[in-house]
Ligand binder design. Structure first.
Ligand SMILES: Nc1ncnc2c1ncn2[C@@H]1O[C@H](COP(=O)(O)OP(=O)(O)OP(=O)(O)O)[C@@H](O)[C@H]1O
Ligand SMILES: [Mg+2]
Length: 392
């Protein structure tokens, strides 16, 4: 174990079967002290199961968990320096907010004055002083959520475990509370594992994100790397909005979809990937697509038309039909009006084969690069799971 990680969380090759299901299939992950790590993944991928093992509520079949350099794999929850916030709050309805928050400290038989001071401080921290004497039934959803958070924070855990803690809040409150959690977590430097299936939430509050699928971690990266450089086809499709189409590399760009529509891409190195003539899964972000009025250039082969647009206020998302069976999504400014023919080009793209990232382009520097030491392709076609060429 590295010196850097001895103060944090280190999970090694955790496995768990539940009934007939291999639910967690070898999870390894480290979190530095004070780091907030998200477990992000679709429903059923094993996030809660992993979190419950970290909290001691479920015993792993194999693997180990250590915190601050100490192996806690065999410790029961109450003997771990952890606190867990459950998705459904689990507040005691017959107790006031104050008593709910004080409960854990009273179990620890702390002196009354210390309990008072700590509860007051934490209620102030989560902005709930006004609701101190109310019962949970007289609180809004967001306030109840903050009580659950206060109840965990007041224990001053070494490790905070949060299972979808915002899932029952409306969109605005969700953003407010997640920023509050992040602020408190950073101020107190509490190592935190935060479970969510909401990628926006994960991207906005995490130091690092572990994207999970089928009981495994697909990628563990900081939010920017995860977004810009998804290492697998799964992550490319799961994190952020992405155009993913089957395509071939030709001089000056790509041909996409069943129509073989030519789309220019200004990347000198990309052309080397056309050598085998084989198909790739070509992925590019909506913000990496340029859509412009075709003007007098209507004879260009890659002209298309804007078939649909959805306003998001400060920008709009458009669907551009570039071929009979091929469409591309892109972002436009709120006032850009493209009613006539348009031309489309792509600034930056990623190439996947057999589910793995093989190439990312860096057109700004005029240089792309193969990923993972991969040599130029040898002609293998795409697997049967490749997209049909229409937008997902
Ligand atoms: N007691 C059990 N017996 C058998 N299978 C189980 C049991 N508990 C959970 N599972 C299965 O394990 C898988 C992972 O469950 P888990 O609760 O960890 O998923 P999750 O990633 O938290 O999903 P969600 O986002 O829906 O909360 C699911 O397919 C679930 O059906
Ligand atoms: Mg869950």
């Amino acid at each position: 174990m590295s010196a850097q990680n001895t103060q944090g969380l280190e999970i090694s090759n955790l496995m768990k079967r539940l009934g007939d299901n291999a639910v967690v299939k070898g999870i390894s992950l480290t979190a530095r002290r004070g780091e907030l790590v998200c477990l992000l993944g679709p429903s059923g991928c094993g996030k809660t199961t992993t979190l419950r093992m970290i909290g001691g509520f479920l015993s792993p079949d194999s693997g180990s968990i250590s915190l601050g350099g100490l192996d806690i794999t065999e410790l029961p929850p109450e003997r771990r320096p952890t606190a867990m916030v459950f998705q459904n709050y689990a507040l005691w309805p017959h107790m006031t907010v104050y008593k709910n928050v004080a409960f854990g400290l009273r179990l620890r038989r702390l002196p009354k004055t210390e309990i008072n001071d700590r509860v007051d401080a934490v209620l102030k921290m989560v902005n709930l002083v006004h609701a101190k004497d109310r019962h949970p039934g007289a609180l809004s959803g967001g306030e109840q959520q903050r009580v659950a958070l206060a109840r965990a924070l007041v224990l001053e855990p070494q490790l905070l475990l949060l299972d979808e803690p915002l899932s029952n809040l409306d969109a605005k409150l969700r953003v407010e509370v997640r920023e509050e959690i992040r602020e408190i977590q950073q101020r107190l430097a509490i190592t935190t594992v935060f479970v969510t299936h909401d990628q926006d939430e994960a991207l906005s509050i995490s130091d690092r994100i572990a994207v999970m699928s089928g009981g495994r971690i697909e990628q563990y990266s900081d939010p920017d790397s995860l977004y810009r450089r998804p290492e697998s086809r799964f992550v490319a499709g799961f994190v952020g909005s992405m155009n993913i189409l089957s395509g071939r590399i030709v001089a000056g760009g790509i041909t996409l979809g069943p129509d073989g529509v030519f789309i220019p891409c200004d990347d000198a190195v990309l052309a080397n990937y056309g050598g085998d003539g084989g198909e790739w899964e070509v992925a590019f972000r909506l913000e990496d697509v340029d859509v412009q009025s075709a003007g007098g250039l209507t004879s260009l082969p890659h002209r298309g038309s804007v078939a649909r647009q959805v306003s998001h206020g400060h920008f709009k998302e458009v669907l551009v039909e570039v071929g009979e069976h091929t469409s591309i999504r892109a972002y436009l400014g709120p006032d850009v009006d493209l009613s006539g023919p348009v031309v489309v080009s792509v600034r930056r793209l990623l190439l996947y084969r057999d589910g793995a990232l093989c190439y990312e382009s860096h057109p700004a520097s005029g240089r792309g690069q193969p990923t993972g030491g991969e040599s130029l392709p040898g002609g293998a076609g795409l697997t049967s799971s490749s997209p049909s060429g229409s937008l997902r």
